[in-house]
Design a protein around this ligand. Sequence first.
Ligand code: BES
Ligand code: MN
Ligand code: MN
Length: 462
Amino acid sequence: MQSVQTYIADNKDRFLEELLGLLRLPSISADPNYREEVRQTAEQVAAYLEKAGADGVEVIATPGHPIVYAEKILDPALPTVLVYGHYDVQPPDPLDLWESGPFDPVIKSTPLHPDGAIFARGSCDDKGQVFMHIKAFEAMQASGSLACNIKFMIEGEEEVGSDHLGDFCAANREKLACDVILISDTSIIANDTPSLTTGLRGLSYMEVEVTGPNRDLHSGVYGGAVANPINILCKMIASLQDEHKRITIPGFYDDVEELSNAEREALNKAPFNADEYKKALDIRAVYGEEGYTTLERVSIRPTLDVNGIWGGYTGEGAKTVLPSKASAKISMRLVPNQQSDKITALFTEHFKAIAPAGVKVKVMAHHGGEPAVTPIDTPEYMAAHKAMEKTFGKAPIPKREGGSIPIVALFEEVLGVKSVLMGFGLDSDAIHSPNEHYGVFNFYKGIETIPYFYSYYAELKR
Ligand code: BES
Ligand code: MN
Ligand code: MN
């Protein structure tokens, strides 16, 4: 029998070709115009699972985009791994900043990816990483080396808040029963510095609208006497952080988990080069909450950021207008033990309270999600640790990440199962940005590492 790694080596060019095909499908979940393409992508993921040897492959309709399910149950006595990922992608805008088409994948080398990187929307987040699991499964099947039962749940609404996944999980507890959830939708520190993600931030996403006069006004005739909603909105937003860059919403920090000095020291041991960080972003200085390092600011501390702001005249030339309305989208990243609903309520109350009498304020909540931490003293974490150590030749460093995968906390709540976050992207892979890419090295390293996870897990779980 051929070994799993030989199978991978013999088929790696085809694996890459197939991924490029998947990346050509614009599965933009946020845009209703792409509903059909999203569905086609689900069908294609299902077809690859079927071909790889999975049973019970289904494309399950939801009120939103479909969920792809598949499984291979070898023996109920073996541990069961549920692989979660998403086949939907972020909108590619702004299009003019892409050097090649977002759905026309090309491979180019970069300083961090000398062996080449695949440039396309979704290459890293998360089609490329989902595809590693499908191909690792194919290789384990073909070489008769699959050591655990395996279930796949690949969704199409992650980038829009996973609105229908919670209900699906609650209604399918039996079907989804498993010992661990395995997710590759995060990053490693560097290609020569593997890491395992042990925490994710939560999210409260708000939209606010400030209304002044009942119509746009001449800024000369009325200016100076009537509240300008854009001026007011800017002031209100600016007041949400104090001079120490602490968030001023009363009660905001009440539940924030404070790490011990030992934990903070350990966290700051991760390799981080401030000069390279600044250089890569073309900034002269970092900026953030006083008393915390950059590594802490992007992992264990909560944030408040304006994601978009609009109102008034933004066309060519100058138009003298005192606008009637101004709006902004504001996200808050949350850390353990903050709760999304509670923070949303605190924000809403505070934002209304700070509005001056001359304006009316509307506050709306978009999606939220809870933060998550994963234990490091479990057989599944050890299996992932050993797998990465084997293929990178270096032990992975545990690290908390700043992004959010709300489903991780939900899985724990609904299914009572913890996740292992074994991603292979780099923070610099430009996910959600123009020119998103994923290292060819990273893609193959994932496929190589995943089978070791299964064999170590089967061993350690016994
Ligand atoms: N894969 C990301 C989350 C992520 C990125 C985790 C980098 C760790 C490191 C995921 O697809 C994502 O973008 N999540 C959204 C939240 C969602 C509710 C839209 C996010 O973090 O903004
Ligand atoms: Mn993702
Ligand atoms: Mn994403």
